[in-house]
Design a protein. Structure first.
Length: 446
């Protein structure tokens, strides 16, 4: 199905959002009032079996009003930005607040501040529509057809105006845009995969990533079954990101303070290899940094793990106040780096490996024991045996049981950070790595 829309009305501007928020503030009788904007225009082109099956655009604008009387809170939202609808939304929020019990963790809006100005909306992505996405989808399909490979995937683009305002003068507005590409190339029962996310739709590198997925699928034919045991592994960036996504999700300050976190008592202590550093780099051109959070806090450059030592936790505002933390760090643009000499490519990692398993990606990663961050999941879209510096055969997929806190205690070799995207993460920069051992607990049927 293909739907090509007429030109959309322009997105809500900063001046328009200020006008709408002031309309709410002047009519609110609450102690505190917050207005949030999300004006989202997104499109997705889907393809399967080497043909486009969908090319659609959608637009949705939402204005949410949150009010508080003491600790009693109420929130209501509307997709109608007319004055009457917004006044009705405010009235609903006030009614909800007055009927709600007081929230013991309620805090008033954060103080006004100057938010960082970042290039979050590339013009080429803002302007991209069905025709541009169709062009890129057909490029991927064309390469697969030439190799008698079946292609399935998406090309998507989105533009969003976001805003937050409060009665104390807090005001933030930002336009954000991103584009995504994902391709699964199938050769018989073997699959190869590649994906990308970027602020610029022209940075998705469709041809490069398509050819990489095709090569993986062709190499993956005639996979052999190996015994499940501990193996040295070469993890491509998507596989590294999949494991680190769960580590980052576990950096929750509230569970840390309750003693239920895998990091309980380890703030200021080494938790991974001393050469590893994790930081938030919102100004990096290849990441999806933002100016402010949904709560109206500035996004910051911050170090979370410094040479293996845990330095930061993820706080909500109430927990931060209870812990005496004044600046709440953010982690929307994570970069993982390794100190020391790196190799230039994944191919060099392969050449340096006597025997091991090359893993393209992990799939369906889930926690087994949150207390020690034991995870399970499966390899996917290209798993290979490496011997004497060469890929000698494809192997059938494994299920793993491993904790990243154990797996990343020691590294054998690594590249510089690369772009990484998978189903478990948003967008990260991480190295490809060689780990001395990862525990594969069983084979899989697919």
């Amino acid at each position: 199905m293909t739907v090509l829309s007429d030109k959309w009305p322009k997105m809500t501007s900063s001046d328009e959002f200020r006008f709408l928020s002031e309309l709410v503030m002047t009519r609110s009788s609450a102690d505190h009032t917050i207005v949030s904007l999300r004006d989202h225009h997104a499109g997705t082109t889907r393809f399967a079996n080497n043909q486009v099956i969908q090319n659609v655009d959608a637009r949705r604008g939402t204005l949410a009003v949150t009010v508080a009387f003491g600790g009693q809170q109420g929130t209501a939202s509307t997709t109608d930005f007319t004055a009457g609808a917004i006044q009705d939304t405010l009235a609903r929020a006030e009614r909800i607040a007055r009927m709600s019990p007081a929230d013991p963790e309620y805090l008033p809006p954060p103080d006004p501040c100057l938010f960082p100005i970042r290039e979050t909306a590339k013009p080429e992505t803002m302007a991209a529509g069905p025709v541009k996405r169709l062009e890129y989808a057909n490029e991927a399909i064309g390469h697969c057809r030439m190799e008698n490979i079946m292609a399935a995937g998406i090309v998507s683009s989105a533009a969003t105006a976001v805003g937050v305002a409060a009665g104390n003068g807090l005001f933030g507005y930002e336009r954000r845009a991103d584009a995504r590409f994902s391709l699964t190339a199938q050769a018989g029962e073997a699959t190869g995969w590649s994906a990308a996310t970027h602020r610029s739709i022209d940075h998705l590198k469709i041809q490069e990533r398509t050819l990489a997925a095709i090569a993986k699928s062709k190499r993956g034919r005639d996979a052999h079954e190996l015994p499940a045991e501990h193996y040295p592994v070469i993890l491509e960036p998507a596989a590294v990101a999949g494991l680190w996504a769960w580590l980052m999700r576990s950096l929750d300050a509230k569970s840390y303070m309750k003693g239920t976190s895998p990091f309980a008592g380890k703030l200021g202590q080494a938790i991974v290899d001393e050469r590893l550093t994790l930081r938030n780099v919102p100004d990096h051109a290849d990441l999806l940094g933002e100016g402010f959070t949904n709560e109206g806090l500035p996004s910051t450059d911050s170090v979370w793990i410094d040479h293996g030592i845990l330095k930061q936790l993820a706080y909500d505002r109430f927990t931060a106040k209870a812990a005496g933390v004044e600046t709440i760090p953010t982690l929307e643009a994570p970069t993982l780096s390794v100190e020391g000499s790196s190799v230039h490519s994944i191919q060099e990692l392969i050449k340096s490996t006597e025997r091991g398993i090359l893993v393209t990606n992990f799939w369906y990663i889930r926690p087994v024991n949150p207390r020690d961050l034991m995870l399970t999941g499966m390899t996917r879209d290209g798993t290979f045996l490496v011997e004497k510096g060469e890929v000698v055969s494809a192997v059938k997929n494994f299920r793993f049981h491993e904790s990243p806190l154990r797996a990343f205690q020691r590294l054998s070799a690594w590249t510089a950070p690369m772009e990484a995207v998978n189903s478990e993460t948003g967008k990260m920069l991480v190295p490809a790595m060689v780990l001395p051992h990862v525990h594969f607990s069983s084979g899989t049927r697919f």
